[in-house]
Every structure is written in C-alpha cells, then in structure tokens.
Ligand binder design. Structure first.
Ligand code: PYC
Length: 403
C-alpha cells in the first residue's frame, strides 16, 4: 500500500560521477537537456548533464515562455520555424503535457516606419512558409478586444505583425519533460555539480573538472547561458559575447481576458496571460553588463506605466513576483551554435532573449552534430567562425523588444 503513495521521481537520484562519459553536457537547462534527450535517437546514452545549481535554474526557468518564429533573416526564421514545429509535437513526444497554447503573437506597430519594417518581416516569413502577416488596427482589436487601441495614447496603434503559430508554453514543464526523457534514455543528470576547469590536450578537451570530481569526456558541450564565456575561456575559446540582465514580472491571477501574446518594441513590453490567469510581462534587456540578477524599481515603473496604457483594467492587479535572467548578446544578435576551434568542444551560446524558443531544435541539431561529426545545414549560418569571415546574420530587427 505504501508503494501506491510513494511519489514517482521525474529522474533518478544522482549517483557518484563515473570516471568517463562519451558526452558531457554542461548546463541543465532547456538546451542541455534537449540535447541529452535527442542524443537518445542516435543511441548515445553514456551522457552526463552537469548543472551547477538545480535543474532549470538559469534562463530556462526565468523566461516569459513565448514561442515564435517570425524572425527577420531567412536563416533565423527557418531555424525558429523548425523549433516551433518540434514544440508542437513535444508534449506527445515526451508523454508530458507542456501546456502549449498556440494563441498567436502580435507585434504592435505605432508608426508608418514600423509598418514598413513589419511588412518586410512578414514577406521574409512567408517566403519561408511561416504564417505571418501585417494587419490593421481593426483586426488588432478583434484579436485582442480587451486591449486599448484608441488614438489618445502616447503610442497609437497603426497595425501589427500577426503570427498565428506563436504562443506560450509552460517553461518548467519543458525542462522537467526533457529531463525525464533524457534520464529514461540513460543520461545521468547531476545538479549541484559545478564545472571548475576543462583539461585540454592539443586540439581536444580530454576531461572536465567538477566540484564533485573529475571525469574524462569524449565530447563536451557548453549549453550554458550567462556563464558561456567563462566556460569557453576554460577551453581556450573566445566568444564575442556580453552578458546583460533581462527583467520580467507576473501579476496575481485575474479572470482571463487576453488570449494572444502582445508585444510592442516602442513601448518596450511583451505581455501574455498564463493559464493560471497571471499576466506575465517583460521589458528590454538592461544596457549594462552584469551577473547580478537583482531587479530594479525603474523596470517595474516603466513596464507598468506602458502596460496600463494598453490594459487599464490591470490598474489594481498586484505584482506577485519579479525576476531577472542572464542574457548573452552576440554582435549580430544571432546565436553561436555548433563547433569551435577545439575539435570536440561545441557550444550553444549567445542567445540573447531567444534561447528558450530554440531549445528543441538546438537539442536535435547538436545531437546530430555529435553523432555524425557533421554540422547540420540549419545551424551552419550560426557558426562561431562567421565572426572571422565577417558573414553576420543580423537579427537586430526581429527582437520582440529586447535588444
Ligand atoms: O523575442 O519573443 C521574444 C522575447 C520574449 C521575451 C523576450 N524576448
């Protein structure tokens, strides 16, 4: 009878580290766990995922859960489209309800110039087969009837980029589902295991030194956000990345009245309503570089002022929690994904505010790279090497608000 009530663990209790793994994944967030999950498909199961804190404690647990693929460059749009498609099937694949609500995504325009930029983005998206189009204020009103779209506001709405496949998904469920699957496939998940150093011999990493002992490694993957530059330094690899904070907050639950994600780059806000009724809201990244994840009053003041212009109904809603996460910015606002100059050391870094959206496709493509030793075509444009070739992929104009 006692067994009936014993809680089933999501993944095995960590044991001692083994002396050697085929693959060591550094970072127990959505990218590291997705990679461990997809390595299963290639029969690679002698895998350790090392996380210095608890699973999902970094960017995976600190984002605002938005998924979308309406990017500006063909390379970016194609890549995120593949990610959204994987997300669409992920609950079934993991046999775990990730509460994906594909409610659509509206990027508001407040000027003729913004309408022009969005028309351009819609065109790029449609050429990649992505559902995305420019709409006028009347259609905006239909999609978000509770939003104030009148003229007497600091930023009158001239239209929006409507992207129906966008939406929100439960971020911690994504982390837990991926971790459960990776564990079931044989990968070991080691929380509270900090990487202290990497041993390099010639062009290869031979071992990983951790706070719980040292291990030998066939391949090492750096799937960290915030700490990506520090870990790459340990391997002798330099990343052109600066680290900033991005702040967000959530209100107490209120009756559902918004079932589309609303973003405005001019007002520096993105807003959605969760299944629990909370308003989840965020702003742009802070311009200074830091590892200090403490929120600021300025953020709350600016965010709530702009939110109330669109949703005056929230005037009395209380903010329950606010948080900040670390974002690694690359010079062209695109990620750095795949090989480095160290033969068996690959990275998933520089995600800015786009990382969570990319988790499944990062996992799938990194797993393929490890298994075949060939860079999948989809991620070739994001190679670190592009900064040496001057072949950038500028996603600046696709930022929801955040860059
Ligand atoms: O790019 O969609 C986005 C986004 C949402 C929150 C931060 N960035």
């Amino acid at each position: 009878m006692r067994d009936l009530f014993r809680k089933r663990r999501m993944w095995r209790r960590p044991t001692e580290l083994k002396s050697s793994y085929d693959v060591v994944v550094i970072g127990g967030g959505s990218h590291g766990l997705a990679t461990a999950h997809y390595l299963r498909e290639h029969g690679i199961t002698n895998v350790a995922v090392l996380e210095k804190s608890y699973i999902g404690s970094g960017a995976a647990g600190r984002n605002t859960t938005i998924l979308r693929s309406n990017y500006k460059t063909p390379e970016g749009a194609r890549f995120y489209d593949a990610s959204v498609k994987l997300y669409e099937g992920l609950s079934r694949e993991l046999d775990f309800n990730l509460l994906f609500s594909q409610c659509g995504h509206l990027t508001l325009a407040h000027s003729d110039r913004a309408m022009f930029v969005m028309a351009n983005r819609a065109e790029v998206n449609r050429l990649q087969g992505i559902d995305s189009r420019l709409i006028g204020p009347d259609e905006v009103k239909q999609l978000a009837p509770a939003m104030y779209v009148g003229p007497d506001t600091s930023y009158p709405i001239t239209g929006a980029l409507h992207h129906p496949p966008g939406g929100i998904i439960r971020h911690d469920a994504v982390v837990w589902g991926l971790a459960r699957s990776a564990d079931a496939g044989g990968a070991e998940i080691h929380p509270y295991t900090e990487v202290l150093g990497l041993d390099r011999s010639g062009d290869r990493i031979t071992g990983v030194r951790t706070s719980r002992g040292d291990v030998r490694a066939g391949v090492v993957l750096n799937c960290t956000a915030g700490w990506s530059t520090l870990l790459c330094d340990m391997a002798g690899v330099q990343l052109p990345i600066t680290t900033h904070i991005l702040q967000a907050c959530v209100t107490e639950p209120v009756k559902p009245f918004l079932d589309v994600v609303v973003v405005s780059s001019q007002m520096h806000i993105y807003i959605s309503q969760s299944d629990r009724g909370e308003f989840v809201m965020g702003s742009e990244i802070e311009p200074w570089t830091t590892y200090r994840t403490q929120g600021t009053l300025n953020f709350l003041q600016d965010l709530t002022r702009h939110t109330l212009e669109l949703f005056p109904q929230l005037e009395h809603a209380r903010i329950l929690r606010a948080w900040a996460g670390l974002c690694d910015l690359s010079p062209d606002y695109s990620p750095i994904l795949g090989r480095t100059e160290v033969e068996n050391f690959h990275v998933s870094a520089g995600w800015g505010t786009y990382g969570f959206k990319a988790a499944p496709i990062v996992g799938k493509t990194l797993a393929e790279l490890v298994a075949t030793d060939r860079t999948p075509e989809l991620i070739a444009p994001f190679a670190l090497e592009r900064f040496y070739r001057d072949d950038l992929v500028s996603e600046l104009a696709a930022a929801a608000v955040s860059h």
